[in-house]
Design a protein around this ligand. Structure first.
Ligand code: GLA
Length: 369
């Protein structure tokens, strides 16, 4: 990918890039639909990534040529919303206060709408390159917050902080327990005995869809009725008086926070069976209480769990479509991938894409001239 994006740049602009940035996607091991209620998440950055090659211009213009999305031209002095893919780039440049014009080429192997954070991956690629070209210090937390605000206020997607934070701050071979209130990060070593497998159902959904916002609003209503700043501050006993739907939505968030903290502790203790159990429970809660799973996600998680080498499997990310994630015994990965692919095809008639991933480092400048 690095060589390809450098070649894209040379072919389009007829000069060498000054720098190449690699910005990963992410997969969340556990803790979904908790971040926007100040809760806990436990993601890793993945090996799939967005690559961006860039070099300064002498005027305040930015040109980004994407292999998949075409060309974006914008003026840093007059950044405006266009209502398309370019808003992720424009919104990020505005949020970080970029002032140096540049030309860039972009490529990614993070699928769009699959629950692997292709948008945060792009935002942080742009933020990292802009910081380098402007000569600004790089701070992962403030970059993540700027990218989130670009997505919330400029693109118009009311996402939480998880995706931007793990893409900015991911660590090789570590999962990060993120406290989405304090933004404190606690690293967990992924035990050597297990591998992380992504199970892509091939189904896709736009996060901008109203369901995500609807869930978020239900959580806000529940926390208001309970008189707490966020559902992070609630416990199960407090939920009894809520109307049924709100109680189920809130119960997911409250129980998912406990599971997420417990999973990080179990990982640290090397208890992968316990992490797997918590992942399975998380899926059931997202399916039954929060209702953000889908038939395809349920089917792939269930097929995955049938394999004896699978400790646990769950949908990951916003839901409704996209990917699940499984924790698999290190000696069983090849067989697991073959069996779960075949099982899913038998059950649904569709061919999924399954692959192992390691926890990768967060966004970084891979090379500069
Ligand atoms: C999307 C959002 C995140 C988070 C997840 C669900 O990925 O971008 O902020 O809310 O959904 O956990």
């Amino acid at each position: 990918m690095r060589d390809l994006v450098m070649r894209d740049f040379q072919a389009r602009y007829g000069r060498e890039p000054e720098l190449v940035v690699r910005s990963p996607g992410r997969v969340n091991l556990i803790g979904d639909h908790t971040d926007y209620q100040d809760g806990f998440v436990f993601p890793i950055a993945i090996e799939r990534a967005t690559w961006l090659a860039a070099a300064r211009r002498t005027d305040p213009l930015v040109t980004v040529a994407s292999h998949d999305h075409g060309l974006v031209d914008l003026d840093l002095l007059e950044i405006e919303r266009r209502g398309d893919w370019s808003d992720y780039i424009a919104g990020t440049l505005r949020a970080v206060g970029a002032h140096t014009g540049f030309d860039a080429s972009v490529r990614t192997d993070v699928p769009v709408g699959a629950g692997l954070s292709s948008s945060a991956s792009l935002e942080l690629a742009v933020a990292r390159a802009a910081a380098e070209l402007d000569g600004r210090d790089w701070d992962p937390r403030s970059a993540a917050l700027a990218a989130q605000s670009a997505e919330n206020d400029f693109v118009g997607v009311p996402c939480g902080i998880m995706d931007q934070m793990i893409v900015a701050a991911g660590r090789r071979d570590r999962a990060l327990l993120i406290d989405c209130r304090s933004l404190e990060l606690t690293e967990s070593t992924i035990p050597h005995s297990v591998r992380i497998v992504i199970l892509d159902t091939g189904t896709r959904r736009q996060l901008a869809g109203s369901e995500y916002e609807e869930r978020r609003l239900a959580c806000e209503e529940a926390s208001e009725r309970l008189g707490v700043p966020a559902l992070r501050d609630a416990d199960e006993a407090m939920l009894r008086g809520l109307p049924d739907l709100l109680r189920r939505r809130a119960r997911h968030v409250v129980t998912e926070n406990s599971r997420t903290v417990a999973a990080a502790a179990a990982f640290d203790a090397g208890d992968v069976a316990e992490v797997g159990r918590l992942m399975n429970d998380s899926h059931a809660s997202l399916r039954d209480d929060f209702e953000v799973s889908s038939a395809a996600l349920d089917a792939i998680a269930e097929v995955a769990r049938r394999h004896p080498g699978c400790h646990g499997a769950r949908m990951t990310g916003g839901g409704f479509a996209g990917c699940a994630v499984a924790l698999v015994d290190e000696n069983a990965v090849g067989d697991f991938i073959a069996a779960a692919s075949a099982g899913y095809s038998d059950a649904t008639g569709h061919v999924p894409t399954l692959y192992e991933t390691r926890a990768a480092p967060g966004v970084r400048v891979e090379s500069s001239s």
